[in-house]
Ligand binder design. Structure first.
Ligand code: PEP
Length: 260
C-alpha cells in the first residue's frame, strides 16, 4: 500500500497511569517477540492524566501521542478544558476531533468541530476528524450526504497543503462500541467516497496522500479483511485497544500489506 498505515488506540475514559504503564510494558514485550515493519504508525490517545506516562514510555516504543479532545480557544477561563497548544506541549502529534461521543454527550456541533480542527492545525498538530452516519441515516440512504456535510464543515476553517496535515476517521455510529462492525465493502465505499470529497475540498494530491481510518468494533478477527480494502489506511480502535495483546493482533493485520 502506498499510504503509511496508522492505527490509533482511543482509550477514552479508561486506564490510570499505572494501567498505562502496564500496557506499555506488555506492548514492549510483544514488540520484542514479534516486531512488525516500521512503516506501520501507531498512536495512543490516553486520558489526559496518562499523557505524561505515555510520553515517557512512548518514545522508546515509537508510539505517537494523541489527544482525545481539545478546546477551540488557545487559553482562557474555561474550567476543566485543555487547549490544543497544551496538548502539543504535552507531546501530542495528533488530536481526535468530532468523535461521536463528543457530538452526542457534549452537544458538539459541526461549527465547533471546525473551530477545534483549526485550533489543532494552528498548534502544529494533525486533527483526526471523525465522521459517520447513524443507523437511521444509513437505512434511509443518507450516508453519503451526511458524511460529506460533516467533512466539509469540519474542514471549512482550514486550508490544507499536504495530505499529512489531516487524518479522517470514518466511524459509522451504529458500529461504535456495539460489536457490529461495518462490512468491508461498506467501509470501502464510504472511505472511497470521503477521499473524493477530500479531493474536491483540497486537491487530488492531498486527498491521495491523506490517511482515512475506519473505526467501529474493530477486533483481531475482522481487522485483516478491513485492512485489505484499498481506501482503509488504518483504524481508530476503542474497546479492543485497552488490552495491549488484542491491540497488537489488530496492528498485525497491516503487516502483510506493507512489506518490510
Ligand atoms: C471509537 O470509539 O472510536 C471506536 C472505534 O470504538 P470501538 O472500537 O469500541 O467500537
Amino acid at each position: 500500500m502506498t499510504r503509511r498505515p496508522l492505527i490509533v488506540a482511543n482509550w477514552k475514559m479508561h486506564h490510570t497511569r499505572t494501567a498505562a504503564e502496564d500496557w506499555c510494558s506488555k506492548w514492549h514485550e510483544l514488540r520484542e517477540d514479534e516486531p512488525w515493519p516500521e512503516r506501520i504508525e501507531i498512536g495512543v490517545a490516553p486520558a489526559f492524566t496518562a499523557l505524561k506516562t505515555l510520553r515517557a514510555r512512548g518514545r522508546s516504543l515509537t508510539l505517537a501521542l494523541v489527544g482525545q479532545n481539545c478546546h477551540q480557544e488557545p487559553f482562557g477561563p474555561f474550567t476543566g478544558e485543555v487547549s490544543a497548544g497544551m496538548l502539543e506541549d504535552a507531546g501530542c502529534a495528533m488530536v481526535i476531533v468530532g468523535h461521536i461521543e463528543r457530538r452526542q454527550h457534549y452537544g458538539e456541533t459541526d461549527r465547533l468541530i471546525a473551530q477545534k480542527v483549526k485550533a489543532v492545525r494552528e498548534a502544529g498538530m494533525v486533527p483526526i476528524v471523525c465522521v459517520g452516519e447513524s443507523e437511521n441515516q444509513r437505512e434511509s440512504g443518507r450516508t453519503e450526504p451526511i458524511i460529506e456535510s460533516q467533512l466539509r464543515h469540519a474542514l471549512s476553517l482550514v486550508s490544507l497543503a499536504r495530505g499529512a496535515e489531516i487524518v479522517v476517521a470514518y466511524e459509522p455510529v451504529w458500529a461504535i462500541g456495539t460489536g457490529r462492525v461495518a462490512q468491508p465493502e461498506q467501509a470501502e465505499a464510504a472511505q472511497a467516497f470521503l477521499r473524493g470529497i477530500l479531493a474536491s475540498i483540497t486537491n487530488r494530491d492531498v486527498a491521495g496522500d491523506a490517511r482515512i481510518l475506519y473505526g467501529g468494533s474493530v477486533n483481531p478477527d475482522n481487522a485483516s479483511v478491513l485492512a485489505e480494502q484499498p481506501h482503509v489506511d488504518g483504524f481508530l480502535v476503542g474497546g479492543a485497544s485497552l488490552d495491549a495483546g488484542t491491540f497488537h493482533r489488530i496492528v498485525k493485520a497491516f503487516a502483510p500489506l506493507v512489506g518490510d
